[in-house]
Design a protein around this ligand. Structure first.
Ligand SMILES: *Cc1c(COP(=O)(O)O)cnc(C)c1O
Length: 404
């Protein structure tokens, strides 16, 4: 388990991690709805979408639903003109229900059941991803209705999640897939890759784009139909405890590499984390406390099996802060403390050996950057209910709303 080495900011009433407006919103939300909560701000989703759009002006963005498959996020992005990247029939159902036109979607899971393909086709999504001949064969019955992307693998040990370990093929294998598809009269539209989630260096994208460019040339040299799409995947990084490169700067070398592609190649991307990570704040309250071996343990009503599941699955280090609801907090001396989740499992620890002032039961622990791979991977272990999500600045509504 990744330990949170966060230096907690206990001056949040005045400056630091939380503005006074945020603090007021958090405390009033807890008064109204109870804890634990996740506050989802659609304005941040909008802002992040446009920031990436501005940084990649020639690229069509397909939001990957996986990190936060929430209806308010889909509705917000739909209104902003975004496209969507789907991976499962559940995600197909969600976008269908919200009224996303199927032409604005692609299905990018490299390994599918026949029923997954049929569900997507029935909705009207016609672009799919393959990375092997076994998968290609599944499209024989649908060859007149589909266009495929071949996913390439570029390993990336530095990313939070090296998505090229489990998916993607080599350039040689891709060429064999493209040749075979041509024989089977299945249309190959282009190439795709995912350099890995939370990729800190744009060079990974540049190398992958160059490799795809070379393969696209080879396809033409072999007398096969020219490819017309490149999908540069997701992976764009956000600042958790460490500052990452601003997105505009991050995308400069990527744009330069894309400029070398033939004009006939349409470029798309599948950002997930970048769009939603900053859009959600978690709020847990302290259920109880105990002194154990010189440290004070605070038991929260949310933990590793809930909203903080990213500590386990995603390696993310969320900036944490506290809101003391009782008085006299500024004078409290700091003491070595443990923040732990509610379940009866000892791995359910959110932060160990951190310096906190004395907190009372009912005080709040706030996590920032909690939008990506958090509630999406939460469980109901021990029957502790997942945090409710309060949606702010939703297009359809003018006031906060609780979605259970
Ligand atoms: C998870 C995933 C994404 C989103 O990746 P981020 O790192 O969150 O941007 C995009 N495409 C595919 C195929 C994925 O599996």
């Amino acid at each position: 388990m990744a330990q949170a080495h966060t230096v907690l900011d206990f001056h949040s009433y005045s400056s630091g991690l939380l503005s006074s407006d945020e603090t007021r919103l958090i405390t009033s939300s807890v008064t109204q709805y109870g804890a634990p909560l996740l506050l989802l701000d659609c304005d941040v989703v909008r802002r992040q979408y446009h920031a990436l759009n501005d940084a990649l002006p020639s690229v069509t963005l397909h939001y990957a639903l996986k990190p936060l498959p929430h209806e308010a996020v889909v509705r917000t992005l739909l209104a902003e003109g975004a496209c969507f990247d789907l991976a499962t029939s559940g995600e197909v159902d969600l976008v269908k229900q919200i009224g996303v036109p199927a032409e604005r979607t692609i299905h990018t899971h490299p390994i599918k059941r026949d029923s997954d393909i049929r569900d997507a086709l029935e909705y009207g999504c016609t672009v799919f991803v393959v990375d092997n001949l076994n998968e290609l064969e599944k499209f024989k019955p649908y060859k007149d209705r589909v266009e495929l992307l071949v996913r390439l693998s570029f390993r990336n040990k530095e990313a939070f999640a090296d998505l090229s370990k489990k998916f993607g093929c080599s350039a040689e294998d891709a060429l064999e897939i493209i040749e075979t598809a041509n024989r089977w009269q299945i249309r190959i539209k282009g190439l795709s890759f995912h350099v890995g989630s939370q990729t800190l260096s744009p060079q990974k994208y540049v190398d992958a784009i160059e490799a795809c460019k070379a393969l696209m040339n080879k396809v033409v040299d072999c007398g096969l139909p020219a490819l017309s799409m490149l999908d540069i995947g997701g992976g764009f990084p956000v600042s958790y405890n460490r500052q990452v490169m601003p997105i505009k700067l991050f995308c400069v070398p990527i744009n330069a590499a894309l400029a070398g592609l033939p004009e006939t190649v349409q470029v798309i991307a599948e950002p997930g984390r970048f769009i939603v990570a900053e859009a959600m704040v978690s709020v847990a309250s302290i259920m109880g406390q105990a002194k154990r071996e010189g440290q004070i343990w605070y038991y929260l009503d949310d933990g590793i099996y809930g909203s903080f599941s990213g500590l386990m699955f995603d390696d993310a280090q969320y900036p944490l802060t506290a809101i003391r609801l009782s008085d006299h907090w500024r004078t409290s001396a700091l003491q070595s403390s443990v923040l732990t989740g509610p379940t009866c499992d000892s791995i359910d620890v959110v932060a160990d050996n951190i310096m906190l002032p004395a907190l009372s039961n009912g005080d709040l622990i706030v996590g920032k950057m909690m939008g990506a791979y958090t509630s999406a991977t939460a469980t109901d272990f021990n029957f502790f209910k997942r945090a409710h999500t309060v949606v702010l600045n939703d297009v359809a509504l003018d006031s906060p709303r609780l979605i259970v």
